[in-house]
Ligand binder design. Structure first.
Ligand code: FES
Length: 129
């Protein structure tokens, strides 16, 4: 078997936060009392300030609306090479969750750094959707 070699952008792909903003995630009717706009802005600002260590993009509904807000933390190229896989984190509805996600992404994310025990409890298994 020959080794897998990534070239170009794939070889430099950073950890990426995929923030769901579909029908329920980010919707005040689903989760009232949360400043969803501010939450997204905070995540976006942190990604911009990370100078490429991690990135952010938004997406439409990912499926597990009952566990909104969903953020999927995708491994960097290096994290994936080390065995990291996307982590689906649910119930991202408080500052502590956002803090934990940002700390994990800053530290390298899946495959590079360990997920906090608190966020581990919030993991969603996309195979069970
Ligand atoms: S809107 Fe986020 S999972 Fe459906």
């Amino acid at each position: 078997m020959s080794p897998v070699v990534s070239i170009g952008a794939a070889a430099r792909r950073p950890c990426t936060l995929v923030v769901c903003r579909g029908c329920c995630c980010g919707d005040a009717r689903k989760n009232p009392g949360i400043d969803h706009v501010w939450q997204l802005e905070r995540l976006r600002s942190a990604a911009a300030a990370s100078r490429g260590r991690f990135a952010l993009r938004t997406t439409d509904c990912l499926g597990p609306c009952g566990q909104a807000n969903i953020v999927v933390v995708q491994p960097s190229h290096e994290g994936r090479r080390r065995g990291g896989r996307p982590a689906w984190i649910g119930f991202v509805t408080d500052d502590a969750s956002v803090d934990g996600i940002l700390a994990w992404a800053e530290a390298g994310g899946p495959g590079i750094a360990k997920l906090s025990p608190t966020l581990e409890l919030q993991l969603v298994d996309p195979r069970k959707l």
